[in-house]
Design a protein around this ligand. Structure first.
Ligand code: GSH
Length: 211
């Protein structure tokens, strides 16, 4: 059975857990990271050289990097619509996944770290303001795209939607000023209709809040 190491409050672990649940892949999860520790042992470092979660073991394959794991799971267990067979169709959705990794996610997670993982007494107001502006700009762009189709990465729900939509729970629960985003809100509501999204992404992060 596939094994995943990582805590449920980790954004990157959540992406993999969401993918596993969407695909119905049997698995066992082992708590690791943050208060659970275990990332510095030689055994863990042998699996994950950077000492980070998530890590999966599926048969002989051991791998890290959440988006690469989501792609692997989609290719192995999601042939068909979750992993489009046509390389051109895959390329079209994959570009959005790269954007999630290199832009959208960074702005939201930086904001999350600045507001939730930093005690309010040490908040860097100008960083929070800059990251809020950047995040709002990304979702305003997304809002325009979502006016034309139900999913940001394309016409169908595919693996690439996971890193994109996984950001929404944190974006919509952080106490920030957001512009009007009717299409992003409708997209978020559609994601919340998916039991796997509710279970694995909408996970309280109160435990992580620094006081
Ligand atoms: N780019 C990596 C980032 C992995 C990462 O930063 N993981 C964080 C959790 S989200 C971690 O392991 N932090 C240390 C900890 O939880 O103790 C990925 O997408 O998997």
């Amino acid at each position: 059975m596939l094994t995943i190491w990582g805590r449920t409050t980790s954004f990157n672990v959540q992406k993999v857990m969401w993918a596993l649940a969407e695909l119905g892949v049997p698995h066992k999860r082992i708590d690791a990271g943050w208060k659970f520790g275990g990332l510095d042992t030689p055994e863990f470092k042998a699996m994950s050289p950077h000492g980070l979660v998530p890590v999966i073991k599926d048969g002989d394959l051991v791998m890290w990097e959440s988006n690469a794991i989501v792609r692997y799971l989609a290719a192995k267990y999601g042939a068909g619509s979750f992993w489009p067979a046509d390389p051109a169709a895959r390329a079209n959705v994959d570009q959005w996944m790269e954007w999630a990794q290199t832009k959208l996610q960074l702005d939201v997670i930086d904001l999350f770290v600045a507001m939730i993982r930093t005690p309010p007494a040490r908040w860097n107001k100008s960083l929070i303001e800059a990251k809020t502006i950047a995040a709002n700009k990304n979702y305003t762009l997304a809002d325009g795209i979502l006016a034309t189709r139900p999913f940001l990465s394309g016409p169908e729900f595919t693996y690439a939607e996971i890193p994109l939509a996984a950001t929404l729970y944190r974006y919509f629960t952080l106490e920030i000023e957001r512009p009007k985003l009717p299409n992003v809100e409708a997209w978020y509501a559609r994601m919340q209709e998916r039991p796997a999204y509710r279970e694995h992404v909408m996970v309280s992060y109160e435990d992580l809040r620094a006081n």
